[in-house]
Ligand binder design. Structure first.
Ligand code: ADP
Length: 181
């Protein structure tokens, strides 16, 4: 599934983000940036020790913020590490923080000359964010950013499982048709 925002595309695919050839892939990290499970563990395993060495020098990362390292042995040139919110009930600033993750990741991409970015479903694993709610926020935030920054040519959501892909693809179609929202 793919929609266009001006000349930029936003798409959703199923796959392993560590194998993605976007210029930068986004990591759903934790505040220490020193490694964890899920997609974070997979990125460090596939990318090798160079990424962790650089993370050690970054002094962690606040929830909703993003920091960049090289991609080590990954096909991607960079990894943008962002820290998603832990989901409680949606009334603890989770939507704003999740939106901030996407916005900050794209700002960091832009300031490093990155043209294509891949996101996983941030906060949708161990951090417990309901996928439909997260997909709506992620896609809305990306669309808003791309409307102002056509330098980013492609944003791809790489979803690990078929259920998450279905939700993200459905949301892309919905927001693409609405064209605004
Ligand atoms: P968080 O702590 O932000 O919830 P997780 O890593 O636990 O982060 O999960 C985020 C999402 O990443 C989940 O939907 C999970 O299925 C997915 N995921 C795990 N491994 C990969 C991978 N290799 N590629 C893409 N997505 C992945």
């Amino acid at each position: 599934m793919r929609i266009m925002i001006g000349k930029s595309s936003v798409e959703a695919v199923q796959g392993d983000i560590t194998k993605d050839y976007s210029h930068a892939i986004v990591n759903a990290a934790n505040k220490t940036l020193l490694g964890g499970g899920g997609v974070d563990g997979a990125i460090h395993r596939a990318g090798g020790p160079e990424i962790l060495e650089q993370c050690h020098r970054l002094n962690g990362c606040d929830t909703g913020d993003a920091k960049i390292t090289t991609g080590g042995r990954l096909p991607a040139k960079y990894v943008i590490h962002t820290v998603g919110p832990v989901y409680h009930d949606g009334k603890h600033n989770e939507p704003e923080l999740l939106a901030s993750c996407h916005r900050r990741s794209l700002e960091v991409a832009l300031s490093n000359g990155v043209r294509t970015v891949a996101f996983p479903a941030i906060s949708c694993g161990v951090y417990g964010y309901p996928v439909p709610k997260a997909a709506a926020i992620a896609i809305k935030t990306v669309r808003t950013f791309l409307q102002k920054h056509q330098e980013i040519e492609r944003v791809r959501f790489v979803l690990f499982d078929a259920d998450a892909l279905r939700v993200f693809a459905g949301e892309l179609e919905r927001q693409g048709n609405a064209g605004k929202e």
